[in-house]
Design a protein around this ligand. Sequence first.
Ligand SMILES: Nc1ncnc2c1ncn2[C@@H]1O[C@H](COP(=O)(O)OP(=O)(O)OP(=O)(O)O)[C@@H](O)[C@H]1O
Ligand SMILES: [Mg+2]
Length: 238
Amino acid sequence: MIELFNVEKTFGAVRAVDKINFRIERGEVFGLLGKNGAGKTTSIKMLTLQLKPTAGEIFFEGRPTRGNEIFVKSLLGLVPQHLNFDQDLTVEENLELHARLHHLKKIERRERIDELLKFVELERVRKSFVRELSGGMKRRLLIIRALIHRPKILFLDEPTVALDPQVRRKIWELIKNLKAQGITIVLTTHYIEEAQALCDRVAILNCGRLVALDTTENLCAGKSLEEKFIELTGAAIN
Ligand SMILES: Nc1ncnc2c1ncn2[C@@H]1O[C@H](COP(=O)(O)OP(=O)(O)OP(=O)(O)O)[C@@H](O)[C@H]1O
Ligand SMILES: [Mg+2]
């Protein structure tokens, strides 16, 4: 579904992503792990066309991203690392704005917004301003905002950061539910148990380089994923 060939990104002297090569298969949950600054967000940004690679090529369903931007953007949804709502709009208005950006028709917008608010149990707060929501509610809203246009691939950059264990589990259920609907999922996380609970395969980045890629089972082979992570990156997950 997605292929990366020698993908590289430099910011001046900083090599944020260093010639990475891998494939993401249709229908899988693919995890990107790595310490702070390992290159996870930069990779996600290149995969979601927010950043152009310095070198290398990315393909979606066999088509290069270059020259196929509209096609690729229609396939993907993005849950960014940092909340980027308009806090002074209501929950409903934020979703409406996003649906319009994706050119959904009025009836379709209404149906989709109702359906998604129900899906994450946020109907009760649809008229509330985003600034009034709890952290967990904002994260759930961020996820459904990315689903408005029915993307086939969902990218989630640290979807459960700073959430309590109960809300985290709810988001895990939500992600499992999306996988069951056939959506391909690419996520980054600092939580080993999250990678273990959700991911079919995990890629570990260290200083921009891909240092491991396998199923969590194969990667661990007698060790915990945490031990393997420390072995490969020289640090505990942060
Ligand atoms: N816009 C930018 N300009 C300059 N350097 C950048 C920029 N974005 C990222 N970097 C650098 O690229 C490297 C990778 O950053 P990136 O945000 O991809 O890491 P990350 O793995 O997502 O880290 P975290 O776990 O902290 O979110 C870091 O050294 C960072 O300082
Ligand atoms: Mg990041």
